[in-house]
Design a protein around this ligand. Structure first.
Ligand SMILES: [Zn+2]
Length: 349
């Protein structure tokens, strides 16, 4: 198969004719135009960016994506300290605010703002991206936060519904409650759930607990792992216990929840390139690293309105996979995002 559902999504986003496969230059032309637009919009509407980007004139300074390096980074502490001054729309246009209090760190929580349109971007990405693992015949069980409108599970459910896939918005499962595992396993059996979406540790636990109770040959045929580092062990456990395909997703609240999604080849994941511009940098020098070298993940939002992120240092460790993907897509490919805690234990890694 030439190209993927993610190619189709990118092609439509960047205005290519239906059925066209985006070439690398099509994607980068779109990214450059949207980057310049975002810089301009942020400077005009946000007091924080007006100051931070005072030395940058998008029309004069940003002629290619390599010129990104002229743009200053933003960090988590900017986000904590600047609060509303990063906002680019009147508060009346904000439809969702996510507050993240990092455990063990003092100071202000992170607050990330979205307009209705910002959330629509993510629903649309999930609509296309999830087609790699489900179709109309599937029933998905979402084991991620679902309750609030705009939560990751809610956006996933809405994206799935657009593709004709029904979903049960269940919510997160605990890591230590055996009775809850039983209830979820019973639900999978009774409703013949065929797709599961959730965290790797929790789903691996469910798979093991099902196998221990002699539940084999379940209806589960695909699993999407998200929210945190996926170990090989957890991935193998799930595949073995349920004889299913495991897909991985990478996203953060700042990236708009959706970030990068595996294709059918399932080696690394393709970023949501029409909406997000990822870089891998040397955390010391801030310079871009060559493909294949591990470094720090940085991204810029290209289409968000309420609170754009410009060269935002998310703090995760990642690298570009250098070889083209077997799916034939021109989209870049991130290797599995590394274990943040492990990197902290290895200074300089
Ligand atoms: Zn691929």
């Amino acid at each position: 198969m030439a190209g993927t559902v993610l190619d189709a999504w990118n092609a439509r986003k960047i205005g290519l004719p239906e059925g066209a496969l985006p070439r690398r230059e099509d994607i980068e032309r779109h990214q450059l135009a949207m980057l310049r637009h975002t810089l301009q919009m942020a400077k005009e509407n946000s007091p924080f960016y007006a100051k931070r980007l005072a030395g940058i004139d998008a029309a004069r300074d940003i002629a290619s994506l390599e010129d990104m390096r002229k743009i200053p980074f933003t960090t988590e502490s900017d986000l904590r300290e600047s609060g509303l001054s990063m906002l680019c729309v009147p508060q009346s246009e904000v439809s969702r605010i996510v507050t993240l209090q990092t455990s063990g760190s003092a100071g202000n929580p992170k607050r990330i703002y979205f307009t209705e349109e910002d959330q629509e971007l993510t629903i649309d990405f999930f609509h296309f991206g999830m087609r790699v693992m489900v179709d109309e015949s599937d029933l998905a069980l979402i084991l991620l936060p679902c309750e609030r409108p705009g939560s990751v599970g809610d956006l996933l459910r809405r994206g799935l519904a657009r593709g004709g896939t029904d979903a049960i918005p269940y919510g997160p499962v605990s890591r230590s409650d055996a009775a809850l595992d039983e209830a979820v396993l019973a639900l999978i059996r009774e409703r013949r759930v065929s797709a599961l979406i959730g965290g790797p540790v929790e789903i691996a636990r469910l798979a093991r607990s099902g196998a221990a109770n002699g539940v084999s040959g379940t209806s589960v045929r695909s699993v999407l792992l998200s929210t945190e580092y996926v170990s090989d062990e957890n991935r193998r456990t799930i595949e073995k216990c349920w004889n299913c395909k495991v897909f991985e997703h990478y996203g953060t609240t700042e990236s708009g929840l959706g970030g990068a999604m595996a294709c059918h080849v399932r080696e690394g994941y393709h970023p949501r390139e029409a909406d997000l511009l990822f870089e891998i940098i040397d955390p010391e020098s801030g310079r871009a690293l060559p493909d294949g070298v591990w470094g720090e993940v940085v991204f810029t939002t290209l289409t968000r309105r309420a609170m754009p992120f410009i060269r935002y240092r998310i703090g995760d460790v990642g690298r570009w996979l250098p070889a083209p993907c077997g799916c034939g897509s021109a989209l870049k490919r991130l290797d599995r995002i590394g274990d943040r805690a492990a990197v902290k234990r290895r200074p300089g890694a």
